[in-house]
Write a protein that binds this ligand. Structure first.
Ligand SMILES: CC(C)(COP(=O)(O)OP(=O)(O)OC[C@H]1O[C@@H](n2cnc3c(N)ncnc32)[C@H](O)[C@@H]1OP(=O)(O)O)[C@@H](O)C(=O)NCCC(=O)NCCS
Length: 187
């Protein structure tokens, strides 16, 4: 794995999407995107999600990369620059592996945003960071996320019982993984 202290968060560009570092000016758009019960149902974010929460998110992104090795990206449409999603990877430095997470703005769902963003992130993690494993966890009932994970070529590994706590309640998670040499649309 590469020495992360030497790596600046890049902009990752695909045909339709850019993944770029967060900017201070994104705070209001983040708040609008994240103040959504369908997100709060599966992700432990504040609800309601306020402008102050958005400001904290964008303001903390650089520190999270430097200290926690958590790379967070704004996902924007190439043609318009519109913010449509958030995605990121938290790197486990000891294991040379990473865990991906994402959410997509309600109005932008079912247009290939999450799967497109995950593919760009996967390429960066394997080709640039030289990680040896990626994983994604989801609530078992989160069909949209599970379909996204499968569409990106991740393989099902199993059920993690009472693994997470969302809004004070313990929940199961399913876990999927992708390795650099796995076949399929993930690469
Ligand atoms: C899960 C989520 C990120 C999916 O984003 P998206 O941009 O709509 O996903 P995509 O358009 O890239 O779709 C990827 C695949 O999932 C399928 N899919 C997406 N939403 C679906 C839904 N509600 N029901 C069934 N399938 C769905 C798509 O058909 C596509 O499959 P295909 O490639 O085989 O056709 C989005 O629904 C979301 O933000 N949900 C709330 C937050 C969340 O749950 N985050 C994940 C936590 S683990």
């Amino acid at each position: 794995m590469k020495d992360l202290s030497k790596i600046e968060l890049p902009t990752l560009s695909g045909a339709r999407l850019d993944l770029r570092p967060w900017r201070t000016a994104d705070a209001a758009a983040v708040a609008a995107m994240c103040d959504d019960l369908s997100v709060a149902r599966y992700i432990p974010l504040p609800s309601p999600y306020t402008l102050a929460d958005g400001e904290q998110w964008v303001g903390d992104a650089e520190r999270k990369w430097r200290q926690d090795h958590w790379a967070q990206f704004a996902v924007t449409r190439r043609e318009t620059g519109e913010l449509v999603a958030s995605c990121g990877v938290k790197i486990d430095v000891e294991r040379h592996s990473g865990e991906i997470g994402y959410l997509v703005k309600k109005e932008a769902r079912r247009t290939g945003v999450a799967s497109g963003a995950v593919r760009l992130l996967v390429a960066w993690c394997f080709d640039e960071l030289e990680l040896g494993r990626l994983q994604i966890r989801a609530h078992p009932a989160n069909t949209a996320s599970r379909r996204t994970i499968e569409a990106c070529g991740f393989q099902y590994e199993g059920l993690l019982r009472a693994y997470d706590v969302v809004r004070g309640e313990r929940t199961d998670d399913v876990i999927y993984s992708l390795l650099p040499d796995d076949p399929g649309p993930g690469r």
